[in-house]
Design a protein around this ligand. Structure first.
Ligand SMILES: [Zn+2]
Length: 339
């Protein structure tokens, strides 16, 4: 026989429909359950696991509250709240996440979608994740161009836009690496690893994104400078080794391909002198920014403005293009399908 729920729960104001026919009960940090009164058909329509849990037979043995069956869920109430926002407000594009924040942050929502087989939302999140962490060099360049626009916006506004720092609005790579492994979405791995090689080891995501510590002067200074942080503490020893190895691979690529002493002679001494200057400068930029792809791109653009003859210019531009493609292929080969 069904029994009444013993502990007095907290109720949702938003998701408490008078004609709801099931109660979802979720844990809260203080131990009291948090409950939602919703409609079986909404849950069942979007999710097969929910449909199975909500059959008459499955609910017969459940506790009841005010005559309605109570379905306990393991996910925290805040996560189920967002899920209900998605299911009930599907026509509202911003229903399931703040569009100013990266989808990478919504790893928990993706996990719920996978667990409860909520397909359209899962597909939508994965497609956005793939945009945030592209598998092609062209996709990476588009992403970086977008970030450059945001960075300029923040610089012009003195650091904050929509009450957020730049680091609040951009995806974090370590969480992405964990997500790519946990759901087998390997295509987002290479871009996340490359991005991680560029992060400042002094900028810890947890310190910069926890309410109490982010307002400390040294942390606020980093955020105002547009620093990009990472969840360094969530990397295993093996991950740190993989990161060190990737950094070594990238710097070897730069050394091997941009060492002016090893480059072939050019037909014109003046062009060769310009080329060597550009290569030295590109090498410095690559080291300073920890970003050889960016350095090669900038050097390629600069080459077209340098005083070189057209054939020599074309040759150097081509070598930067080749470097970028080679760099990206190395990255993809190293991290695709191995994590
Ligand atoms: Zn020339």
């Amino acid at each position: 026989m069904p029994v009444e729920l013993s502990v007095a729960p907290n109720r949702s104001l938003e998701f408490w429909f008078p004609d709801g026919d099931v109660i979802l009960s979720c844990p809260q940090p203080d131990g009291r359950p948090f409950i939602y009164r919703v409609h079986k058909f909404i849950l069942s329509q979007h999710s097969k696991p929910f449909a199975e849990m909500l059959t008459k037979e499955s609910l017969a043995s459940r506790q009841t509250l005010e005559g309605l069956p109570v379905l306990p869920l393991p996910e925290p109430a805040t996560e189920i709240y967002k899920l209900l926002c998605c299911l009930y407000n599907a026509l509202n594009g911003a229903a399931f996440h703040d569009l100013e924040r990266p989808i990478t942050r919504y790893d928990w929502l993706l996990r719920i979608c996978i667990q409860y087989k909520i397909e359209p939302l899962r597909e939508s999140i994965i497609s956005q994740l793939k945009t945030e962490w592209p598998i092609t060099l062209a996709g990476w360049d588009a992403r970086e161009a977008h970030i450059a626009v945001l960075r300029r916006q923040h610089a012009a506004a003195g650091g904050r836009v929509h009450d957020m720092w730049l680091d609040d609005r951009l995806p974090e790579p370590v969480l992405t690496i964990h997500t790519s492994r946990s759901i087998g979405l390997h295509s987002i791995g290479p871009a996340a690893w490359y991005d991680l090689t560029r992060r400042d080891p002094r900028a810890d995501w947890n310190a910069l994104h926890t309410i109490l510590t982010r307002v400390l002067p040294e942390n606020e200074r980093l955020l105002a400078q547009g620093v990009r942080s990472a969840r360094w503490g969530a990397l295993s020893a093996q991950d740190l080794l993989a990161l060190a190895s990737l950094k070594e691979t990238l710097s070897m690529l730069v050394r091997d391909m941009w060492d002016s002493k090893r480059m072939p002679q050019m037909p014109h001494p003046a062009c060769e002198a310009r080329r060597n200057e550009i290569l030295d400068c590109a090498k410095e930029v690559a080291i300073a920014t920890r970003d050889p792809l960016h350095a090669a791109q900038a050097a390629r653009q600069y080459t077209t403005k340098a005083a070189m003859c057209k054939p020599c210019e074309a040759e150097l531009v081509e070598s930067f293009l080749t470097f970028r493609v080679c760099c990206w292929q190395t990255l993809v080969k190293k991290f695709l399908n191995i994590n």
